[in-house]
Write a protein that binds this ligand. Structure first.
Ligand code: BDR
Ligand code: CA
Length: 318
């Protein structure tokens, strides 16, 4: 029987903020996650794939297939994030090992299969480097028609974390980002300038923990670990939950102010390779290709996070 939920494929590099983003998607009544595909980025592909399996098990959804993606970008190597996400990619939390095994198909092949077999369009949530999706689009261009939207965390308006103005997901695989930005698929983009504003404050983490039980405490601890880097290195007051923005938008778009712009990837710049170039005043007269996140309502975002943890925690306790 058909359900009215939006069908999604979740491509990610968990990753502490990916872990929270996945929770939001699982807790939502609007989203039906068909598969989780993994990419290296925050940590190695071995770690991100095992983390995806273990997180789904922890969230009570080990029925969702997990498929391993690329260990490397299309060119060069990833700049990994152990300094932010810990050695294994999920901070200091010890999750139980999932009894589930990864899917036999590689990520780009599973993406193709799911899209081509579906009688309705599918949304791709992308919270890691875009390599798997770019490979799928390049090898199987027929999938373009089947993609409803790519809702992605990546890029920025002149703010960087792996370069002065280069964001990790977009800049870790510039060629892949270029392929996504130029393929013609609708894109909703949540860049670093925006995700730096969706901060979960320590008092919000305490409120999440106060839900009670190990589930809620573990989620609060994911945020606390992620916050350490931003507090110590950047002087932030809260934990910027980057990846959850790409999911929160699908659940409650009103949290964000979105504008249509033309966005391209700089592939050649000496200092700017990997940066997203956003044409705010349409100087180039190129057609807008991205619905670009400009502002967020922090309170509404944090409320959604709290409600999602509460809901899943309650469901798992039954
Ligand atoms: C992005 O890079 C990773 O560290 C995070 O998981 C997020 O997807 C932020 O630039
Ligand atoms: Ca991520």
């Amino acid at each position: 029987m058909k359900n009215n939920k939006r069908k999604v494929i979740f491509d990610c590099d968990p990753g502490l903020d990916d872990a929270l983003a996945l929770l939001l998607a699982l807790a939502s009544d609007n989203l039906d996650i068909l598969a989780v595909t993994t990419i290296a980025g925050n940590t190695t592909i071995e770690n991100t794939t095992q983390n995806a399996l273990d997180l789904l098990y922890f969230y009570g959804r080990s029925d969702i297939p997990v498929s391993r993606g690329n260990a490397n970008p299309l060119l060069g190597n990833f700049s990994m994030g152990a300094h932010v996400h810990g050695k294994r990619g999920i901070g200091s939390v010890e999750l139980k090992s999932s009894p589930a095994q990864e899917h036999s198909l590689r990520a780009h092949d599973l993406i193709r299969k799911l899209l081509m077999e579906s009688d309705e369009k599918i949304t791709i949530i992308a919270t890691g480097p875009l390599t798997n999706i770019a490979l799928a689009l390049t090898l199987y261009p027929e999938i373009i028609e089947k993609i409803e939207l790519i809702s992605m965390m990546g890029g920025s308006l002149n703010v960087g974390n792996i370069g002065a103005a280069t964001e990790a997901n977009a800049g870790n695989d510039p060629e892949a980002t270029h392929i996504i930005l130029s393929c013609g698929v609708p894109i909703a983009m949540f860049g670093l300038h925006l995700t730096y504003t969706t901060q979960i404050y320590p008092k919000d983490m305490d409120r999440i923990e106060s839900i009670g039980g190990t589930f809620a405490k573990t989620i609060a601890d994911f945020n606390r670990f992620h916050f350490q880097f931003y507090k110590n290195e950047l002087g932030f007051k809260g934990d910027p939950s980057h990846d959850s923005c790409a999911v929160a938008y699908l659940i409650n778009p009103d949290i964000f102010t979105m504008e249509e712009y033309n966005v391209v990837m700089d592939l050649d710049g000496k200092y700017s390779r990997g940066q997203t170039i956003v044409d705010l005043y349409n100087v180039t007269q190129r057609k807008p290709n991205v619905l670009f996140g400009m502002k967020s309502n922090r309170e509404a975002f944090v409320e959604l996070v709290y409600d999602s943890v509460l809901k899943l925690s309650y469901k798992l306790s039954k």
